[in-house]
Write a protein that binds this ligand. Structure first.
Ligand SMILES: [Zn+2]
Ligand SMILES: [Zn+2]
Length: 219
């Protein structure tokens, strides 16, 4: 697993399974949070990195969405640490196996029922901040996809809202994307937040991504 500090408070942890799979550890004042949980084989490396970092206990796991390559290490981590797991409530029936993701034939459970809690919603669908991270609802790749913005560091953890290639934004993988038009509309969050750096799960970083949005939306 390749570990890299990408800003003052954020580390990326990456492994490869045909494609790169990335999760992020964010340092808070009283511990750390994990964004996404990759594949099962990452559990040990994630936990030993958190121990080495020595920045306090793992406080929570925040999920961008419930696809199996984003929740894989949840069970193994829960065996070792008791932490809450948060996801957008719209994503829950899909990942818990009660409903099939759009464009998929069958429902499939990626997280046991009752394991994940809903991110707190304020008025008009706005999501409440979790520590130093602000979740933003960005549906399209999956119905309840969210991205997490670390405002202080200017880092947007964008999950599967995009992929990237050689520093350029690319569309999310079409085969696994529920509604591409909706995902394109959700990508406008980048123009709104204007992060310094954008991170995707299955690709390298994108610097100053807002400057690419015009070109990206013309694709
Ligand atoms: Zn996905
Ligand atoms: Zn993915």
């Amino acid at each position: 697993m390749k570990i890299e500090q990408i800003s003052k408070h954020v580390w990326s942890l990456r492994t490869w399974m045909l494609i790169p799979v990335t999760v992020w550890v964010v340092k808070e004042e009283d511990g750390v949070v994990l964004i996404d949980a990759g594949i099962p084989g990452m559990a040990k490396g994630i936990l030993s990195f958190i121990d080495r970092l020595n920045a306090g206990p793992l406080k929570a796991i925040l999920l961008t969405h419930g696809h199996s390559d984003h929740v894989g290490a949840v069970e193994r981590i829960l065996k070792e640490r008791s932490v809450p797991i948060y996801v957008h409530h719209i994503e829950m029936p899909y990942m818990e196996g009660d409903a099939a993701y759009p464009r998929r034939k069958k429902a499939a459970q990626s997280v046991r029922k009752g394991v994940a809690k809903a991110l707190q919603e304020m008025q008009e669908g706005q999501l409440a901040g979790v520590g130093s991270l602000k979740p933003h609802f960005t549906p399209g790749h999956s119905p309840g996809h969210v991205v997490y913005y670390h405002e202080q560091d200017g880092v947007l953890l964008a999950g599967d809202l995009f992929t990237s290639k050689r520093g350029k934004l690319r569309k999310p993988m079409a085969m696994f994307t529920a509604d591409m038009d909706e995902a394109m509309r959700s990508s406008r969050i980048v123009s709104e937040l204007r992060p310094k750096r954008l991170e995707v799960c299955h690709g390298g970083p994108v610097l100053a991504p807002a400057e690419q949005m015009k070109v990206y939306l013309q694709q």
